[in-house]
Design a binder for this molecule. Structure first.
Ligand code: AMP
Length: 208
């Protein structure tokens, strides 16, 4: 099963992807994570990618597409995958269409003021990549999985958040139109489990 998750940063698509991976056995390909890994390698390309990411603007599509193609060629993608954070623009959707078809596109939807609130409170584990929210019950500032002190990503700070949401708003409508016939919309206003339930039911119908 080949899936695309559309949704603004902070809409909860990463959390949703992890649940799909758990239940359907297909890997989550997070473009943001893949690019952050290259950025932290310290290479020349990595430095450039890091600059785009810290400002909250898009890395050029040709660079991103090369990273994606390399990842898609790996063995664990043979039976499908979840694209989390790709495509983000209509030109990326056209590039993807040249190399593969997808079975469904899930659009995760949440009001922008709530997204801003969630992103501003988001904290990330530098060791295992888990995320938490400073407003959630039981938040201690340490990772719930590995106890490492959490940090706030540079692009989760107010100015970069505004830029990221602007970039999203500029690009989402053409993508929604492009995938119109394969689109499944879900609201992430409720809890992660409430968001996941209709998606799970929908994916089961695809599997059948
Ligand atoms: P994310 O972790 O998905 O919020 O992505 C963080 C940052 O990585 C974005 O703000 C962009 O700078 C970069 N990025 C992620 N996915 C893409 C993409 N498909 N195209 C271009 N840049 C991307």
């Amino acid at each position: 099963m080949k899936l695309i998750l559309l949704g603004a940063a902070g809409s909860g698509k990463g959390t949703l992807a992890k649940k799909i991976t758990r239940d359907f056995g297909i890997p989550q390909l997070s473009m943001g994570d893949m690019l952050r890994d290259i950025a932290s390698s310290g290479s020349e390309l990595g430095k450039k990618i890091g600059e785009y990411q810290n400002k909250g603007i898009l890395v050029p599509s040709d660079v991103v597409f090369e990273v994606l193609k390399e990842r898609l060629s790996q063995k664990d993608c043979e039976n499908g995958y979840i694209l989390d954070g790709f495509p983000r623009t209509i030109d990326q959707a056209h590039l993807l269409a040249k190399v593969t078809e997808v079975d469904a596109v899930i659009s995760v939807e949440l009001a922008f003021d709530e997204i801003e609130r969630r992103l501003a409170a988001r904290r990330t584990c530098p060791k295992c990549g888990d995320i938490d929210n400073a407003n959630y019950e039981g938040f201690t500032g340490n990772c719930r999985k590995c106890q490492t002190p959490l940090f706030q990503r540079d692009d989760d700070k107010p100015e970069a958040i505004r830029t990221r949401l602007e970039v999203y708003k500029q690009n989402i409508t053409p993508l929604i139109n492009f995938y119109g016939d394969r689109l499944f919309k879900v609201s992430s206003a409720g809890s992660p489990d409430e968001t996941y339930k209709p998606v799970y039911d929908f994916l089961k119908t695809l599997e059948a």
